[in-house]
Write a protein that binds this ligand. Structure first.
Ligand SMILES: [Zn+2]
Length: 277
């Protein structure tokens, strides 16, 4: 009977959050449809959870509540790529509603309500390990056997006009033979840095900057050559046709948030994509 409940609970969690923890060998990445904003949740084979960006204030609040309602109590690692409101906006809700282990973020400050709420929520929770990554640094985390996260920070202290997007942390995750690359809102300067760091080829790409076209787009996307690409766009702000054309040329299976969310599952040999309703 107990086992039966465990199976039911696990099926329910899977239905609610897309990824039940602890399914042997399976790594699951949810790309949420939260409008023109980023939020992704990784569930590892051992049931750890990693959140990359927290959507807007409103969408992040809904998402944190949905996860809590589904019985998710903890996020082991939260990565905020940069402090624009469509990435950091909902972070305070996750900190308030879930037990968060560690937070990674770049080193700069922003004068905005969303950033202030995030910092205040962090200050109220001194038990959380906070890693502010100085420029041109990297952290490699062995999350569990066979699963590695490599987080890199922007190289420069000043990027001119598109400054804050180019401060985006980038995250490369490898699991067995499979690799995922999360690129925040990297624009041309940061995309070129990522190219210079090497090792950008990936199975799954979180396309940078909501699918906007930049002069580096062709070189960057071609070097990544993803099998599966996800774009956090919206009806009002759809992905640039030129970006979609480059991805089509590369034969990437491309999904856009304006159509639906996406769940990618890796069995450590290959990745498959399941579109969410
Ligand atoms: Zn953004």
């Amino acid at each position: 009977m107990r086992r039966c409940w465990a199976v039911l609970l696990s099926a329910w969690l899977l239905a609610m959050t897309g990824c039940a923890p602890g399914i042997a060998q399976q790594l699951c990445v949810e790309f949420y449809d939260v409008g023109k904003a980023d939020a992704m949740l990784i569930t590892t084979p051992q049931g750890k959870r990693i959140l990359i960006d927290a959507a807007t204030d409103k969408e992040g609040e809904k998402l944190a509540q949905t996860l809590e309602d589904a019985g998710v109590t903890r996020v082991d690692i939260m990565i905020i790529t940069h402090f624009d409101k469509d990435h950091v906006g909902g972070a305070d809700h996750f900190l308030e509603q879930l037990d968060v282990g560690a937070v990674y973020m770049p080193v700069y400050e922003k004068d905005s309500k969303q950033y202030t709420q995030f910092v205040e929520a962090l200050e109220e929770r001194p038990q959380i390990a906070v890693e502010r990554m100085p420029r041109a640094t990297e952290q490699t985390l062995e999350v569990e056997p066979g699963l590695t996260l490599r987080i890199t920070s922007a190289h420069q202290a000043d990027y001119g006009e598109d400054e804050e997007n180019d401060f985006s942390l980038a995250v490369r995750m490898t699991y067995g033979q499979t690799s995922f690359f999360f690129t925040g809102d990297a624009e041309s300067a940061r995309q070129m840095e990522l190219l210079s760091e090497g090792d950008v080829a990936c199975d799954v790409l979180k396309v940078p900057y909501h699918g906007r076209y930049k002069e580096s787009s062709e070189a960057f996307l071609t070097a990544c050559s993803p099998k599966i690409a996800f774009i956090h766009d919206s009806e009002d702000d759809p992905a640039d046709e030129r970006v979609l054309a480059i991805l089509a040329e590369l034969s990437a299976e491309t999904y856009c948030a304006k159509d639906s969310g996406l769940r990618d599952v890796s069995d450590n040999q290959s990745v498959r994509a399941e579109q969410q309703p």
